[in-house]
Each structure stands twice: as structure tokens, then as C-alpha cells.
Design a protein around this ligand. Sequence first.
Ligand code: SF4
Ligand code: SF4
Length: 384
Amino acid sequence: MKNPFHVMLIPTLGCPSKCSYCWSSEEGSPIMSIETIREVVAWLKNFREDRVTFTFHGGEPLLAGPEFYRQALPLLSQELHHLNPEFAMQTNLWRMTPEIAQILAEYHVPLGSSIDGPREINDLQRGNGYFEKTMRGYEIAKAQGLNVRFICTFTNQSVKSREEIFNFFLTNGFTLKLHPALPSLRSENPKQWALDPEEYGELLVYLLDKSLEHLHDMDIMNINDLCRCVFTRQGNVCTFVNCMGNTFAVGPDGGIYPCYRFVGMPEYVMGNVYDHPSRQDLEKSDAWKLMHQFRQYVDKACGECQHIKYCRGGCPYNAIAPTAGVIQGVDPHCVAYKRIFDEITYRLNKEMFDSPMMEMGFTSQPMKRKKPGVMSLMHKMVSG
Ligand code: SF4
Ligand code: SF4
């Protein structure tokens, strides 16, 4: 059970919201049948022995309705109990009802939702009424004891209000996870909202400072993850590991893709759960081979970079989807990754070098400093 894997289940690509920068929803998308879940079970029974996490993603997964989850969760959990399945869901919460919340609570499903800051900023980019509908769903989920975290998408517009957005998360006691708006390949003007990589890098440095300033009152997931990467010299979130072979997504019709981001793009189908493919079968697909070629490309293109061990060229979707599957470069967010990894490395080295304990050897205790630094953040994470 050494190599956990991740299966994202995409019950539909449909979504009741119309966020301006969305790149993943599709009108009229069918809803996954419970039969397809049965086939997921049959496919995974002998696929591998490792621990599995299922994430219900979309589109909007709650469109599948309560009956789907009432049947899907026990099927996956009981029939695959030898894989110790865990569950998660990414949802805008609009269709949350006490009934669905109860079912999800029974299986301890943590929820990720999306809110881009205070109502005005959020609704400007996600559409009028979004904020209220999501908050209503949040209250229902909370009332059933569900754990909800919010992802905040920063666009090239909202990044100008970063202080206001940060304060919104801080005063509401929300953990912050940020997401840069990607070019929407389904839009006529793909870059209209996309966050420029340089701006993304500066935003990460700003949030690093905010994270240290509010060390004990707030968590910023990305900053924690990035610091952990540098400190342990190992990637720990999908962007910074070789996701290939350990992450799969299943679309509404049972099609198997390398990740939810590719669902609905026929050229990235690797197989179908109805055929119960083995890993060797999936390896024969063009999509698998392309992802593998990307990894080989990264070994060369990033070979001189001091961060390659824990960055691994970033996200393959970001690198190859905008160029229609032609490998022309690594993840365009490289600029941002370099900026923040350089900054964390510099601060870490400086703090260690400046530490009076250096003369006596390394200590796991944080230094008594006037201002907390990245070592204080590491210490906070290690001590839980
Ligand atoms: S393709 Fe990108 S988003 Fe998908 S699992 Fe890999 S790194 Fe993560
Ligand atoms: S920071 Fe850029 S060059 Fe370095 S490993 Fe990551 S993607 Fe490659």
C-alpha cells in the first residue's frame, strides 16, 4: 500500500453556474449512471492494491443528485474496501441539500468549494447571485458537520484586489487555497481572464508574506505545500509530482483520462471502465504515451533547474492542452514556480545561515525571531 492513487469521478461536465473564466463545463453533458460506478468498481477490483482516493469533480458533481450518491458511496466503499477508499468532492454547493449533506457526512467526504473573495469581486467574475447560492450551500453543509474549504481563483482582474480578498478569507476564518485562472480553451478569447505567470509569481510571494504575518490565524494551503516541497525536496501536490500513472479521471460515459482537466477531450481518452483495462492496456493509448513523452521532455528542459526534483515541470495539462498536444515547453507557470521556489530557498538558506545555532549544528526548534520566517512555518506544519 505504498503508492496511493487518485481517481477523479466526473459525474457530469454540466454546471448550473456560468463563471466567466470557466474552462471545464459543458452544456448538455450527460449524467453518469450508477451502472458506470459499478463498472468503476469492477475495473478497480484487480487494477492495483494501493490506497485510493476518489474525488467527485465536474462540471458540478451535485447535479448527479442524492440517489446517485446514496448508491455510489456504499458501492465504492464496500466493494473496494481492500483499497481503503477515501472520498472528497469539489462543488460550487448550489445544489447542496440537507439530504445530500447527510449522505456525504456519513462517508466523511471533505468538500472543496470555490469563492473568489467578497460578494462584489466574486460575482463580477463568477456571475450575479453566485456568492449567495454558494454561501447558502455552505451553511447547509456546515450544519451537517461537513468540512468545507474554499479555492479562490485569482484572475488578472481580481489580483488587483488581493488585499481585500486576503482579508475576506482572514476575517471569515476560511483556509485559503488559490488557483490561477487558466486560459479557457473553450472561449473565443482564452486569455481574457487568465492570470499572467509573472503576476502569479508575485501573488505567491505576497501570500508567503501574509502567511508569515498571520502565522497563527490563517493557513494558505499553496504556501504550506510550496514550503514543504522545498524543505523535503519532494513534490506533494499533483502539480509538482509525476501525476501520470497515479491519477486517473473517469468521465460521465466511463471514459478514462489522465486527469479531470482532460475530460471531454476525445484525444485524451486512454480507455473505458466498461472494458476493465489493465495498466498495461492504458499504457498503449496515445494519451498515456504523450504524457510520458512530456516527462522525458521535462528531464531535459528543466535539467539545469535547481527545483526540478520537486517541481517536475509543473502541470502537463497546462503545458500540452493549449498547444493541441504538441510538446513545445513546460507548464507556462514555470515563471511563477521559479519565483516562489527561489524566494523560499533564499529565505530558508538565510534563516539557517543567520541562525546562532549553526555553529552548534542543526536544531529542529524554531529560532526565537522577531518576525516569523519560513522555518517557523515549517515548524508549525510539522508540529501540526
Ligand atoms: S494534469 Fe495537472 S492538474 Fe491534472 S493531476 Fe496532473 S498536475 Fe494535477
Ligand atoms: S521551475 Fe520551471 S524550469 Fe524549474 S522544474 Fe519547474 S517548470 Fe522546470
